[in-house]
Design a protein around this ligand. Structure first.
Ligand code: RM4
Ligand code: MN
Length: 381
């Protein structure tokens, strides 16, 4: 039963995780990094080949711009994967210095909206059903712009995108506490994202990027609340110690990841309607194994959350047995699920140890030898 649920789990990897990335201080180039979206898909296909549960890849436009998106989607299928969410990018153009859809100048707002609508065209061409919207919009100084007017402009743009969505398409609105804007961020928290989505309808939902909160925020509460309202569309998983660190999910705080998965499962969010996506960068570790490890971390947290004895937990809760209820959760968390997952992989025809199997496969040596010349893909390139 638990194995069946785990077999059906789907975790989406991001195309940008395979390119070079870094901080604003330095990008460390790695060997064998993809030069184009086609090569990124090939790397993503390796993650799926060794884990069996990562069959889709999120694209980021314009980083993954190609002439023929239908051909890119076919290439993905030939590799055994598919195109997942389309991520818009209205934060890397000089015009967006003061904002994109909330910019005070209507000409810039129209340009930003044009990009978002183009992303829906790309969804049509690739068969993707999800548009992910993240806005870097905000202000740095008190008085710089009118907070309320910016909300009005945001609402107007979101409504126009919503109108353009097909019946089987949706958008996920992402929030982030701060950065790059330091004073006001126009979508800083789940409440703002939720309020905008609620006005629009069922095809607008909130996406929780686990790295986008103030320290100490109880993310599992947000998850439980949004699920209860039918407004949790998915996750951008990653880990953080300080801010938007984009480290491997489950690396910094595996217990938090378990608590989140526990709420997802209990709230009826374990299924294709809530997308489990990774939004990470591997700045100093190798990228394909970094993604494999991340997929495994989510899988382990999920297995532990599925192991919680919900009946015993409910009984303890009803009886006001605080310690018993807590123990029901901790027993599951403290279980070593690695043997179970090894068995599951063998049943799926996979190697029980994806990290070791990838290392033995020779894929890294192959791409390091083949991908010479050309411009390596990079975050922001
Ligand atoms: C943003 C946000 C988006 C991601 C970009 C790269 O901080 O998390 O989801 O697409 O970064
Ligand atoms: Mn994100």
């Amino acid at each position: 039963m638990i194995k069946d649920l785990l077999r059906r789990q789907r975790i989406e990897t991001p195309s940008w995780a395979y390119g070079n990335s870094g901080t604003r201080f330095k990008v460390f180039a790695q060997q064998g990094v993809p030069r184009d979206p086609y090569e990124k898909l090939a790397d993503a296909a390796q993650v799926h080949a060794f884990t069996g549960i990562a069959p889709t890849v999120a694209l980021h436009i314009p980083w993954d711009r190609v002439d023929d998106y239908a051909a890119l989607a076919r290439h993905a299928r030939d590799l055994g994967v598919a195109v997942g969410a389309i991520n818009s990018n209205v934060f890397q153009d000089d015009d967006y210095k003061l904002g994109s859809v909330t910019h005070p100048d209507p000409v810039v707002r129209r340009k930003a909206l044009g990009h978002l609508l183009e992303c829906v065209d790309i969804m049509d061409a690739t068969g993707s059903d999800t548009l992910k919207l993240w806005f870097s919009d905000g202000t740095n100084y008190p008085g710089q712009d009118d907070i309320r007017a910016r909300q009005d402009r945001l609402a107007e743009a979101l409504a126009a995108v919503y109108e353009r969505l097909g019946d089987d398409q949706r958008f996920l609105l992402e929030y982030k506490l701060f950065e790059p804007a330091f004073y006001v961020t126009d979508v800083p928290d789940w409440g703002t994202a939720y309020a905008h989505c609620l006005k629009l309808g069922d095809k607008a939902q909130v996406v929780v990027d686990t790295g986008h909160h103030a320290p100490g925020t109880n993310i599992e509460f947000i998850v439980a609340f949004l699920l209860r309202e039918g407004k949790l569309g998915g996750f951008d998983f990653n880990s953080r110690f300080y801010a938007d660190d984009d480290l491997m999910v489950g690396a910094a705080d595996p217990f938090q990841l378990f608590r989140i998965m526990f709420e997802v499962i209990g709230g009826g969010g374990y299924g294709p309607h809530v997308a489990f996506m990774l939004d990470q960068c591997h700045n100093i570790e190798p990228k394909v194994p970094g993604q494999i490890r991340s997929v495994m971390n989510v899988q382990e947290a999920t297995a532990k959350a599925l192991l919680v004895d919900r009946e015993a937990l409910a009984a303890a809760q009803r009886a006001g047995d605080v310690l018993g209820a807590n123990a029901a959760l901790m027993d599951a968390y403290n279980t070593d699920v690695r043997p179970l997952l090894g068995e599951l992989r063998e049943e799926m025809g996979l190697d029980p140890d994806p990290m070791a199997a990838y290392a033995r496969s020779g894929y890294f040596e192959k791409i390091a030898a083949e991908r010479v010349g050309g411009a390596q893909a990079g975050w922001g390139a």
